[in-house]
Design a protein around this ligand. Structure first.
Ligand SMILES: NC(=O)c1ccc[n+]([C@@H]2O[C@H](COP(=O)([O-])OP(=O)(O)OC[C@H]3O[C@@H](n4cnc5c(N)ncnc54)[C@H](OP(=O)(O)O)[C@@H]3O)[C@@H](O)[C@H]2O)c1
Length: 316
């Protein structure tokens, strides 16, 4: 059967189950980022972004004729750090799109869900799980978008254009990852009014993970507000930053961890697609937190920084 927008053809050409394809995307992106970070010359050119990159001065200059010159030249292909706003525009639009697709069983949803193997369809999320997880992801994208507009400050900091493209791809993939392991239920059981009843007692998972998600979101919001309040680059002295270099990154990991547990298909502890998504987030942010620590140690008080954890307590 052929489906709209060529989605079917794309998945067919890849010859892979849609769930495996998404997992492979997140893990490959995490592995590539990690590999690039091993070489200090690649790391400094292509991975460091935002305020951390400003400590090295005016940035790489193009020189012709050798590999280093070519790398320098490629590294000049940058976009403003403020393009992060586009990540959350894509995230919110993707949540709205998938909300409609799932609710009305649209063609794109059917094209992707029909590419999920029998094995993955048999162990499926419930409709309630899909709805809660979809809502939380939509809330996360909307809050971050709101913050991008309200906590924006003048800045010249930049990121490499591939980072920006990878970010856009990440949010597009996450929009699908949040429901894909519910395909078995979504395809076979129609949505009914019973799924909207809030009188049912929440599962233990929901009881613990939704508050965890909300607390981490609130903490991250406070961190972003505090960073916004700093008039120039400073060593953050907010209590939450005193023990941790990047608590906002730690909060992000907790947010994705809570989604991975909340979205666990029947009979499983965790949703492996969202866990792969978390692996990408953790690698990406862990490396950036490490660079932030080095930046703080060079620029500010080394003594005050060296004992701080990177993103979450007890992780250096
Ligand atoms: N899901 C993912 O894979 C992913 C990836 C990246 C980020 N994120 C999330 O997006 C959020 C923002 O990330 P980010 O990497 O952009 O954060 P960031 O580099 O810490 O920057 C956030 C804002 O704070 C400013 N800032 C940072 N450190 C400062 C300091 N020491 N003094 C004064 N101002 C400072 C930045 O200024 P400038 O504007 O001048 O740079 C920027 O406006 C984080 O919570 C993160 O978890 C998620």
């Amino acid at each position: 059967m052929s489906h709209p927008y060529g989605i079917d053809n794309v998945l067919n050409a890849a010859g892979m189950d849609a769930v495996d394809l998404l997992r492979a995307f997140f893990l490959l992106a995490a592995a590539t980022t990690f590999t690039v970070s091993i070489s200090s010359s690649l790391r400094s050119r292509f991975l460091i972004y935002g305020p951390r990159a400003t400590s090295t001065g005016s940035g790489p200059r193009p020189t012709a004729g050798n590999t280093s010159g070519l790398l320098d030249y490629l590294a000049t292909w940058q976009v403003p750090h403020s393009y992060f706003t586009q990540f959350y525009i894509v995230s919110v639009l993707s949540s709205v799109f998938w909300g409609f697709q799932l609710f009305f069983r649209g063609g794109v949803f059917k094209a992707i869900a029909s590419r999920v193997s029998e094995e993955h369809r048999l162990q499926s999320m419930s409709w309630t799980q899909v709805m809660i997880c979809w809502l939380l992801l939509a809330m996360q994208g909307s809050r971050r978008l709101w913050e991008c507009f309200h906590f924006a400050k003048p800045s010249t900091s930049k990121m490499w254009f591939v980072h920006w493209l990878l970010g856009l791809s990440f949010y597009l993939a996450t929009g699908v990852a949040i429901w894909i392991e519910g395909s078995g239920t979504l395809l076979t059981r129609p949505l009914s009014i019973a799924h909207f009843q809030i009188t049912n007692a929440p599962s233990v998972r929901t009881f613990f993970c939704v508050p965890l998600f909300l607390i981490a979101s609130g903490m991250q919001h406070d961190c972003h507000h505090f960073l916004f309040s700093l008039k120039k680059y400073t060593l953050p002295d907010h209590p939450i930053f005193r023990g941790i270099i990047c608590p906002h990154y730690g909060a992000e990991c907790v947010i994705y961890l809570s989604l991975a547990v909340l979205a666990a298909p029947s009979g499983q502890l965790v949703n492996k697609t969202m866990l792969s998504c978390l692996a990408f987030v953790a690698v990406n942010l862990g490396l950036t937190a490490q660079t932030t620590k080095q930046w703080y140690m060079q620029k500010f008080d080394k003594e005050a920084v060296q004992d701080r954890w990177l993103m979450i307590p007890y992780v250096y």
